[in-house]
Ligand binder design. Structure first.
Ligand code: PSU
Ligand code: MN
Length: 303
């Protein structure tokens, strides 16, 4: 694993560092918006007092703190593997390129000593999972790895109530920022209960710190609703998601290809509106994640 100079210095000095994933760059958004977004998210984290660490795999080497050139490369290159936990050893052994999902990014962040990670939406229980068994590894990682994940809920393509049930089984603490319900990705409609609604980043950091002090394994999921002016109407986006899910089934697209297909199709069907919302919510999450990381760093504790 290669940790960039800037990130390793910040970690040594006990400063706030925020991890970022690379699947959202290579599989979640089209070029060049993917690269623009990744750079904007990094800048937002810096503006809010923390150091960004985008994580990806280059020639089998896990990079923690990718350079702008490496991010550009990930944004342009076709055919980069989407890497979840099970794929990590193969990509490393075969010296390949790999874009890390929430699951793999959590594992790499933990190895580097980073405790806060920002993304758009986590993977979860897919619609129809009672037949397909398609449940993202992201949920198991949240149950096992001590990294807090700031997101706007689970992607709209998923079954949110089942995702929340699964998180409960995994013992994942689910918090939400200034909202009583779990965020709904592109829209403001809310779908399910959370364990606690916090009002300040410091309050969230207190809960993360208490979890650490208790020695409880696993992550905390921090849900942050999309900014109101960028939200899409619930009925509108729901009907588009339904159509994309139907096409996915009809075309027999399964497993790790399902999420990238659905996200791309939703961008097409909304004429790019969903992409603008997706970008806005990730940047919004970067602000909150950086603020929580800063508060957590003030408390010290183990890295
Ligand atoms: N959320 C987004 N865009 C994405 C993803 C999530 O807004 O590209 C990615 C994340 O990397 C997440 C992965 O971990 O999709 C989940 O994929 P799957 O459903 O195959 O586990
Ligand atoms: Mn899956």
């Amino acid at each position: 694993m290669i940790v960039s100079k800037e990130v390793s210095k910040a970690l040594q000095e006990g400063k706030a560092v925020v991890a970022l994933e690379s699947t959202i760059i290579s599989h979640g958004m089209p070029y060049p918006k993917n690269v623009e977004t990744a750079m904007k998210v990094e800048a937002t984290i810096r503006d809010n007092g923390a150091i960004p660490a985008t994580i990806g795999i280059i020639d089998g080497e896990i990079i923690v703190g990718m350079s702008p050139e490496q991010i550009e490369d990930f944004g342009k290159k076709k055919g980069i593997a989407k890497v979840s936990k099970r794929d990590l050893p193969i990509v490393v052994a075969k010296k390949q390129y790999g874009a890390t999902t929430v699951s793999a990014t959590m594992l790499c962040a933990k190895m580097a000593g980073i405790r806060v990670f920002v993304t758009g939406g986590i993977g979860g229980v897919h619609r129809g999972a009672e037949k397909t068994f398609d449940i993202s590894r992201d949920l198991k990682e949240l149950g096992e790895v001590d990294v807090a994940v700031v997101c706007s809920g689970a992607k709209a393509i998923l079954d949110i109530p089942k995702t929340l049930e699964y998180l409960e089984t995994e013992g994942v603490t689910v918090l939400s920022y200034k909202a009583t319900k779990f965020a709904n990705f592109y829209s403001l409609a809310t779908d399910g209960p959370v364990d606690y609604a916090f009002q300040t980043p410091e309050e969230a950091a207190d809960i993360l710190y208490a979890k650490q002090q208790l020695g409880l394994k696993g992550g905390v999921l921090i849900s942050n609703p999309i900014p109101e002016e960028m939200a899409l109407p619930h009925e509108y986006i729901d009907s588009i998601v339904d159509q994309a899910v139907k096409e996915c089934e009809e075309q027999g697209i399964k497993g790790k290809d399902a999420t990238p297909f659905l996200l791309k199709r939703i961008v097409e069907l909304t004429g790019g509106k969903s992409l603008e919302s997706n970008i806005a919510l990730v940047c919004h999450n970067a602000e909150l994640g950086a603020a929580i990381a800063v508060e957590l760093a003030k408390k010290g504790g183990r890295q």
